[in-house]
Write a protein that binds this ligand. Structure first.
Ligand SMILES: [Zn+2]
Length: 297
């Protein structure tokens, strides 16, 4: 494993060099995205300097899931998910299913997904999306690993499908939750977890979320950047490139704490405890220790 030290470089303006009050888990980091191809180690160093200790690297199709596994093998504190995003659902077939089943056996893979339904853009048809999602619900039941779910404009159908499978699958998190109160309560009724991103920092479209975040039980809530997407819009300084990265997660936690009217440190600790339990990760500190242990001759 490559050792990663905790240092801020010149890339982030001083006003964006946050330090979380407790080690955070970013449950949605798309680090296999091309935009991280040139400076990933610097991104990881900054994450560590910001006290974002653990990263779940999202695997949205076969190639990206395999890359996510490689990153998890290489860097301490990184873990992977493996799934087929609803945008790519049209490619689902038996060989892809077999590849996914194999990936889910890997110890680096801590969740099945990203998978789900996205009726907002319909890059794959709704029928194709449902077929791929149904198959991945089956794979999640088979592997016993938790689900990392994506849903846009498909809440009612998503709930219907999850209800059928609920007794057979382990935990599931709806990542980047942005929907309304009814949808939220529907998910909580199904005993799901909720992932919140910097969407809440968006004064144009995050308003309804600000009123809703208090309704999410603390032990159901996890946090994520969904980087490189969703750069928080209300950062205290401009960032060249406009690429979101894990080091900015403390800002999102601060914002959620504000709208929940809770203490930032308490929220930070709770979301990390929840994430470690949900993804069955080593307890706080163990990740880094394992990394160091493997450096010993
Ligand atoms: Zn997503």
């Amino acid at each position: 494993m490559a050792d990663i030290d905790a240092t801020f470089d010149e890339f982030l303006p001083e006003a964006l060099r946050f330090r979380a009050p407790a080690p955070l888990v970013d449950i949605g980091a798309n680090l296999t995205h091309d935009s991280f191809g040139r400076d990933l180690e610097a991104v990881l160093r900054r994450a560590r300097a910001a006290n974002v200790a653990t990263l779940i690297v999202t695997g949205t199709d076969r190639a990206h899931a395999e890359q996510a596994v490689e990153l998890a093998q290489r860097y301490p504190g990184l873990h992977a998910t493996a799934g087929v995003h609803p945008h790519d659902a049209s490619r689902w077939d038996t060989s892809l299913a077999a590849a996914m089943r194999e990936l889910h056996q890997r110890p680096e893979v801590v969740a099945v997904g990203e998978c789900g339904l996205d009726f907002n853009r319909n890059f794959s048809t709704p029928a194709e999306q449902e077929r791929a999602f149904e198959a991945q619900l089956g794979l999640a039941a088979e592997s016993g690993k938790p689900l990392f779910l994506h849903e846009r404009d498909a809440g009612p159908r998503m709930r219907e499908m999850l209800r059928t499978w609920r007794d057979d699958i382990a935990d599931a998190v709806v990542h980047c939750f942005t929907a309304d109160r009814d949808t939220l309560y529907g998910y909580l009724d199904l005993d799901l977890h909720i992932g919140l991103t910097g969407w809440i920092c968006d004064e144009r479209r995050g308003h309804h979320l600000r009123e809703l975040v208090g309704a999410i039980p603390l032990e159901r809530l996890m946090v994520e950047t969904d980087c490189p997407y969703l750069l928080p819009r209300d950062l205290p300084a401009r960032l060249k490139g406009r690429r979101n990265e894990p080091a900015l997660l403390p800002w999102i936690v601060r914002e959620i704490a504000h709208w929940r009217d809770t203490d930032e440190a308490e929220l930070a600790c709770a979301t990390s405890d929840t994430a470690r339990r949900f993804f069955r990760l080593p307890q706080a500190g163990e990740d880094q220790e394992n990394g160091r242990a493997q450096q010993e001759p």
